[in-house]
Design a protein around this ligand. Structure first.
Ligand SMILES: [Zn+2]
Length: 134
């Protein structure tokens, strides 16, 4: 295994939500572990991908985290949405039960909308569904 700046033993980086997975604290799929041996590329696990049953086209890509993250940390999720002309969202599932939802509509990223119910997130999914036109 290559030692580099991503290795907390080498770098002394603090253990964050973002690098926990990289360093093996969270269980990785075998495929993710294999993917990490390929140099010069990055991979992304899509946490949720909503698509139309009629044409199978994407409506919404969601990145799910347990703590808020910076804009740059879900840039690839937004790039995918741009590619398909659909919505992207960041969902923060707080340990105490609240949901934080940030929506990207192709132009702007909304503020993190916090709620103790699921209604707002459902409304974002329904908007993505209703905006879709075959
Ligand atoms: Zn369709």
């Amino acid at each position: 295994m290559r030692k580099d700046k991503c290795d907390p033993i080498v770098s002394g980086f603090a253990m964050t939500e973002r690098n926990r997975e990289r360093t093996g604290r969270r269980k990785l799929t075998r495929t993710s572990a294999i993917a990490r041996t390929v140099q010069g590329v990055r991979h992304l696990d899509i946490d949720l991908f909503q698509y139309a049953p009629c044409c199978l086209k994407p409506q919404l890509f969601i990145e799910v985290k347990s703590v808020p993250i910076s804009k740059s940390e879900w840039a690839m999720t937004r790039n995918l949405a741009d590619e398909f002309g659909c919505l992207a969202a960041l969902v923060v599932e707080a340990w105490y039960g609240d949901l934080g939802v940030q929506v990207y509509d192709g132009e702007t990223i909304s503020d993190l909308h916090w709620s103790d119910t699921e209604g707002y997130l459902v409304s974002v999914m329904e908007k993505a569904r209703d905006d879709h036109a075959c």
